[in-house]
Design a protein around this ligand. Structure first.
Ligand SMILES: *[C@@H]1O[C@H](CO)[C@@H](O)[C@H](O)[C@H]1NC(C)=O
Ligand SMILES: *[C@@H]1O[C@H](CO)[C@@H](O)[C@H](O)[C@H]1NC(C)=O
Ligand SMILES: *[C@@H]1O[C@H](CO)[C@@H](O)[C@H](O)[C@H]1NC(C)=O
Ligand SMILES: *[C@@H]1O[C@H](CO)[C@@H](O)[C@H](O)[C@H]1NC(C)=O
Ligand SMILES: *[C@@H]1O[C@H](CO)[C@@H](O)[C@H](O)[C@H]1NC(C)=O
Ligand SMILES: *[C@@H]1O[C@H](CO)[C@@H](O)[C@H](O)[C@H]1NC(C)=O
Ligand SMILES: *[C@@H]1O[C@H](CO)[C@@H](O)[C@H](O)[C@H]1NC(C)=O
Ligand SMILES: *[C@@H]1O[C@H](CO)[C@@H](O)[C@H](O)[C@H]1NC(C)=O
Length: 776
């Protein structure tokens, strides 16, 4: 053995940390180092890990994250807690040390203490740090007393069994990939009611429950001052203010769940099967623009599923900080005190919340303008029509500030922005800024601290590095040869899949891949909805359903945009799209494969596998999926072809709505005209609006849903249409009392859904609520 190899070995022995099998306990006097990724504490069954988590280049936080399924640090791990979210530490020589005094201290580069539990005591009891299977990191002494626990200081996430109390709150993070404290807080207010508050640069206001509702109207109680809330292991959230809700997968305990106050100001419950991805199983706010502060002042928020939420400045205003919408927009004009002449810019369907001087009832636009002009600080006014006891009049709200602005077609009111007459809007229009909120963040954190150079024994260090350098030379040459061969064999595929969505697993496939997966489109499992569906198997063993679209006139860019939208819709009762293919003229969609086929197959099969409970659950799940489509997407995303063939069942008979969004892929453009120019849907399930040429709203899906439920209840196909509706009342009710009740509820809901007057039909959300109320 030559001397080079010897020095290499010496080097490896000295510099490589011993392979530590992941520990479960940190004892008094020991520490975890940010330099060693294996220096972590894991929970007994490995669900959670606590350790140093990379936030960016050379910046770390001591954090707890889900470690099952396996994830990559800094990429796709889900963090649940952080000690130092606002003070990241250096990657070199930073440590978490359990001192002999019992204090747990996080030091940055061995120089600054950035965080401590403050648990130092005089007592002689030894202490140790452990991570419970619930995700709670706790410091305990040898008598078993808990001195400190992470459950008492949540960041933005609440785990099952973790109480939210009068002393704790959730604080959102600042943005995508930026974990420092953001603007939103979820907490018990002084009146004992749980609220979400926007606490911004200059202003704060709460928006959930909606501020125009009294606590009473929001079903919250102000009387119980214990201020305690918790999610249990089955997905039930209950709070002392009477806020109770359940995750969509309520009842199953072997599922991972978390309640997170996201950086966009929405509170969401997420659920995950052991080896799958997170899905939203409940959320507080279905209309993203209702969240306060999201676009800053003097701006408008609008939402469409394909673009997401968009902020834009009002005319006459420009963005204050182009990288951060929370600062809003500032005027482009100078307002001279008193002497300036003003005019007003009219905006339709625009609403600003709050900051009114006062409400003036029954004012014409001219009168309202006069009110605003009288006030130097008036920025504009809201003018809404109101019908009160048969009297029709307009309300006028002059505004001191323009905050929480949103533009939605469902709001029927006008806004008038005050600008100086000298300001010429017509030549500024093109500068109207529009940018989505979710632009990728630059993950570089600059640690604003100056470090003192360490005084270690420089000579020992020099010798060590010298030895390494010699050995390293030899090692490097071996490595380079290996790398050369490795790259040569891997480069062939690397350039192709530039469109991989690593985080969600949503992927662009090549046509050849799908041809191979389906064995040249060999096994057909369905037809309709603009294409043919084939069964296939991916190279990683996942079974897929591939839909090959017939009509492939759509341009690639449009197709990608639509597919991207559909791919983002994520709900346990919507079929999951795993990817797509756009290759020359070929357009294919790749879905998860559903074991039990469609509801239609199930209803027509003789084996009668669906008992009442299953039918009820299918009706409920389908309603949930559709409600999510309607709410989340604000009516942009109608299904328009709800029928048993499009309701698929997984192994546990959970329904998943399929074929949503497809209408857009097939005849885009027509959809965006104010009314549909072409009748879509399937005979027997179509609402009267189609025939009567009335506006098409989400209520057409409600109608079709009603027919599907009637079909499930009566076991009759819908082709007979109205007869089915008539028959439902007289359907004989055998079975037990309990089943009878459930069936009655189903029939009643379904009959309401198929009313001819679309305004009399409930919304899908109301359907879900009614079915849930009766499901206990
Ligand atoms: C993280 O990404 C890796 C590779 O893409 C994947 O194997 C793993 O399952 C992902 N983990 C999670 C939790 O998403
Ligand atoms: C779920 O919450 C509701 C409302 O507090 C409560 O009545 C019910 O008993 C809870 N269920 C379980 C299983 O805890
Ligand atoms: C107040 O809320 C707590 C926690 O939810 C509950 O245990 C208690 O029974 C409630 N008290 C009253 C008077 O309702
Ligand atoms: C999840 O894991 C189980 C067992 O570990 C396996 O049988 C199942 O196929 C996996 N499911 C997915 C979607 O990977
Ligand atoms: C509204 O104002 C008009 C005149 O300004 C008046 O004639 C009318 O009675 C008012 N309506 C109500 C409901 O007060
Ligand atoms: C505003 O600008 C347009 C085009 O730049 C011009 O035609 C118009 O006369 C201007 N109006 C005023 C009031 O200056
Ligand atoms: C990220 O920020 C760093 C430092 O400000 C800069 O050098 C780098 O170019 C940025 N990267 C991107 C992709 O913007
Ligand atoms: C996160 O946001 C804070 C507050 O705006 C900012 O100071 C910090 O630089 C951001 N960090 C990253 C990584 O963008």
């Amino acid at each position: 053995m030559d001397s080079l190899s010897l020095s290499l070995i010496l080097c490896l022995v000295l510099l490589t940390p011993l392979p530590s099998s992941a520990r479960q306990t940190l004892n008094q006097g020991s520490s975890l180092s940010a330099e060693n990724p294996d220096d972590v504490i894991v929970s007994p069954e490995g669900t959670f890990t606590a350790g140093f988590y990379p936030l960016g280049t050379n910046a770390y936080a001591f954090a707890i994250w889900f470690s099952q399924p396996t994830c990559f640090l800094g990429h796709n791990c889900t963090l649940v807690w952080m000690a130092n979210r606002d003070h990241p530490v250096n990657g070199r020589r930073s440590k978490l040390l359990l001192e002999n005094t019992g204090d747990l201290v996080l030091t940055d580069a061995a120089q600054f203490n950035v965080w401590t539990t403050g648990t130092a005591t005089e007592s002689k009891l030894t202490t140790y740090l452990q991570l419970a299977e619930s995700g709670n990191l706790f410091l305990r002494d040898s008598e078993g007393t808990i001195l400190w626990q992470s459950f008492d200081s949540p960041t933005d996430t609440l785990l099952p069994q973790q109480p939210l109390s009068r002393l704790t709150q959730l604080v959102s993070s600042r943005g995508k990939g930026n974990y420092s404290s953001g603007f939103y807080r979820f907490f018990f207010d002084y009146d004992n009611v749980l609220r979400i508050l926007f606490d911004g640069h200059e202003t704060s206001s709460d928006y959930w429950p909606y501020p125009w509702l009294s606590s009473w109207d929001a079903d919250r109680s102000t009387y119980n001052s214990s201020r305690l809330a918790m999610i249990n292991l089955f997905g039930n959230f209950s709070s002392s203010d009477n806020l109770n809700f359940r995750s969509a997968d309520y009842g199953r305990s072997r599922i991972q769940r978390r309640l997170s106050l996201d950086y966009d100001g929405n509170l969401r419950m997420y659920s995950r099967e052991r080896n799958e991805t997170w899905v939203v199983s409940w959320q507080a706010i279905s209309q993203p623009c209702r969240i306060h502060g999201i676009c800053g002042e003097n701006s408008l928020c609008s939402y469409a599923p394909n673009t997401g939420r968009i902020c834009s400045c009002l005319e006459g205003y420009k963005q204050r900080d182009p990288s951060d919408w929370s600062y809003g927009c500032e005027p482009e004009f100078n307002v001279l005190p008193d002497s300036t002449d003003f005019t007003f810019i009219h905006l339709r369907h625009v609403e600003f919340f709050g900051d009114d001087f006062r409400l003036f009832s029954n004012k014409t636009i001219k009168e309202c303008e006069a009110e605003c002009l009288q006030r130097v600080n008036c920025k504009g006014f809201q003018h809404n029509f109101r019908n009160h006891n048969g009297f029709q009049f307009h309300d006028c709200y002059p505004k001191a500030q323009l905050r929480n602005g949103q533009q939605t077609s469902s709001f029927d009111g006008d806004f008038y922005v005050k600008v100086p007459k000298s300001y010429n809007t017509s030549d500024k229009k093109t500068e109207h800024l529009q940018r989505t909120l979710d632009c990728p963040q630059n993950n570089t954190i600059l640690l604003k601290r100056s470090y003192v150079k360490s005084q270690e024994n420089e000579i020992v260090k020099f010798m060590l590095w010298f030895a390494c350098a010699l050995g390293g030379l030899e090692f490097i040459s071996i490595f380079l040869v290996w790398l050369f061969f490795y790259r040569a064999s891997h480069d062939k595929n690397a350039s192709r899949d530039g469109y991989v969505f690593a985080a969600t697993g949503f992927k662009r496939f090549t046509f050849d891949e799908l041809k191979k997966a389906t064995r040249n489109f060999h096994e057909e499992i369905g037809r309709g909805g603009g294409g043919t569906v084939y069964k296939g198997t991916l190279s990683d063993g996942r079974v897929i359903a591939v839909k090959r679209l017939n009509d492939s006139n759509q341009g690639e860019a449009e197709f990608l945009a639509e597919v991207n939208t559909i791919g983002k819709l994520n709900h346990m009762n919507l079929i999951e799209m795993w990817g797509f293919c756009a290759d020359k003229k070929n357009r294919l969609l790749v879905y998860e494969y559903m074991e039990h086929g469609s509801l239609a197959d199930m209803l027509s099969s003789a084996s009668n596998e669906l008992d009442w409970q299953k039918k009820y659950d299918i009706a409920l799940g389908t309603a949930r999926g559709l409600a999510y489509l309607h709410d989340e997407c604000l009516e942009w995303e109608l299904h328009c072809d709800v029928k048993p063939q499009n309701i698929l069942l997984d192994t546990a008979y959970n329904p998943k709505v399929s074929d949503f969004g497809l209408s857009k892929l097939l005849d885009r453009g027509k959809l965006y005209n104010s009314s549909f120019s072409k009748i879509r849907g399937t005979r027997g399930y179509m609402a009267p609006e189609w025939v009567l040429n009335q506006p098409i709203t989400s209520k057409v899906d409600v109608y079709s849903y009603g027919i599907v439920v009637l079909e499930m209840v009566t076991g009759q196909s819908s082709i007979r249409g109205i007869q089915l509706v008539d028959r439902a009342d007289e359907e004989p009710m055998s079975k037990s009392n309990h089943e009878k009740q459930k069936m009655e509820v189903l029939v009643r809901v379904a009959l309401d859904c198929v009313q001819e007057d679309r305004d009399a039909r409930p919304t899908m959300t109301q359907v879900v609520e009614r079915l849930l109320d009766s499901s206990q």
